[in-house]
Design a protein around this ligand. Sequence first.
Ligand code: HEC
Length: 237
Amino acid sequence: MQKPSILFTGIFGAFAVSLGAMVLIPHSQLASLQPQVQWDEGANSPSDVYPQKRSVVGRDVYVAEGCFYCHTQQVRDPQYGPDMERGWGSRRTVARDYLYEDVPLLGSQRLGPDLANFGWTVKVTQKDGTEKTVSMWRDEHEDDPKKPAERNERWIYKHLFNPRAIFTDSKCPPYRFFFEKKEIGEKPSPNAVETDGKFEYVPTHEAERLADYLLSLDRTHELKESPTVIKPKEAKK
Ligand code: HEC
């Protein structure tokens, strides 16, 4: 070996770069963090919001079916992507949003839209002074004539049974095994997704819990470390 100094500079350089990337930079970002006190105990506290409202069975179905392979549950800061412009949330998600989840379902790939705030609703005061709960606008394939804009249980059942009934070119797989074929009784069930006059397809218990879970996903309450960035836009009827 002619120049051992080059070898040692290389080895030293590799260690120095790793030390910088893995120790010094994270240290500069995280070292000053203080333990977070539940400053907002009350209406805004995550312990009020999670996980009591969430359907545990629905979450298990979500995990068992691998929905998290294609759907994330994390909203990025506007400087890293247009998540909020797509109506996926009003602020970025932070560690505290997952405080009560033993395994947070952050996901790693986005083949489909982010679901962190799929059930995002707000209360609005109507002209006559009464309040009503409305669901929020999401990236809605504006040009597609098929979709009803407001997400609710019936929307979810239709989408689960046949996503292409809602979006023409949907790549979301259909989950027909979540529906039971039943003979229609005196009148069709309110949640039936398809009927042929004699038989109808109705959601099973799993589908109902999954819908509960999806509609419970709302992490838009303001947190000190993640203030609201955009104002919600109401979904079309
Ligand atoms: C192979 C990837 C894939 C898997 C697995 C998958 N999805 Fe999807 N999903 C998509 C894609 C792509 C879209 C966007 C097209 C559409 O809306 O139909 C989507 C859309 C959706 C939407 C509509 C979101 C919106 O804002 O309009 C919901 C809800 C949804 N999926 C729920 C689920 C659930 C629940 C599961 C598991 C039971 C699941 N998906 C599994 C790919 C997937």
